[in-house]
Design a protein around this ligand. Sequence first.
Ligand code: GLY
Length: 371
Amino acid sequence: MATVRTESVLILGGGLMGLALAHKLALHGRSVEVLSRRRNEAAGFVAAGMLAPHAEGLSGEQLRLGQLSLDLIPSWVNQIETDSGLCCGLRQCGIVVPFATAAQRDLYPTACLGESLDRSGLEREVPGIGPSWQAGLLFSQDGQIDNRRRLMRALETACVSLGVHFQEGVEVHDILQDGHTFIGVRMRNAEGEVHTLTSQKAVLCCGAWSAQLLPALAIVPVKGQMLSLQGPRDSLKRIVFGPGTYLVPREDGLLVVGATSEPEAGFMEGLTPFGQQQLQAGINTLLPEASQWPPMERWWGFRPCTPDGGPLLGRSSVDGLWLATGHHRNGVLLAAITAELIEANISGKGITAEQIQVLEAFQWNRFKTKI
Ligand code: GLY
């Protein structure tokens, strides 16, 4: 079996986390090589692109991490747009969370961080909202980015412009160690040849598939099905985040509708009538007029989920191998802070006390039992 040596930091996984990391490391002068299996399985292409720590009702360390990332996003996007020459479709459009009653609204974990709405406030923010919603919360600090059509392409272009090297269509079979130290990977390249690629440093960003490479990681797939509709431009200015269904309006009127949550599906691919009916029912109750809009696309993907729903960040059990995975429902939101934290962790230079504290909160071995 042939052995190829590289001085580059290996990025295992070419999804959003892998690209964000590759971009950040390259900006800091590192040589970077991304190993990517299949572009379209990346959760970064599948997600709706909500930037929603408040609308998602996060709490504790996860809320803090989400807020830190939300603050970083404008400058992160600006850098990507500068390096790529492409627009990422970032919009601080605000998110409305509707409730059947005011009592339910007031119990929401992030209620004190949003503006309380009664029925007339809901109608003002979401004209045409269904009649079953009597109260709401407006999180004007939350927003969206056009991950599927713009951000992923812009990040790839930015990486290429900074000299990041990509290997597409490759599968990493094993992580190779000398004792507890990372020494490389055994992989199959796009031509089907199996070989060893040696390196001193790598970051594992394999999303839902991460435990296939490091079985000690507590990550399972949670399938999500989605669809999109073409609405009239400017028909909806806010995102609507209902229970089980959300509506994300893009600038051109495309309405991205998500998402089922199917832990029992494992890695079962494909759409199901039941999943699609669930989304349709959500559309009917949230915004009845949208059920008349023409359907555009339907798709599915796999969220990487940990026992507490938070990511696994920082050092792994293998020296020289870092983790940036397990972002569950919040990968797009958390890409900016993840790239910043892991770059600081790898370089060790200038890492702040706050960054060390955040990394400690999201260590891979914080769970008592594996799921
Ligand atoms: N970010 C929402 C979801 O995972 O469905």
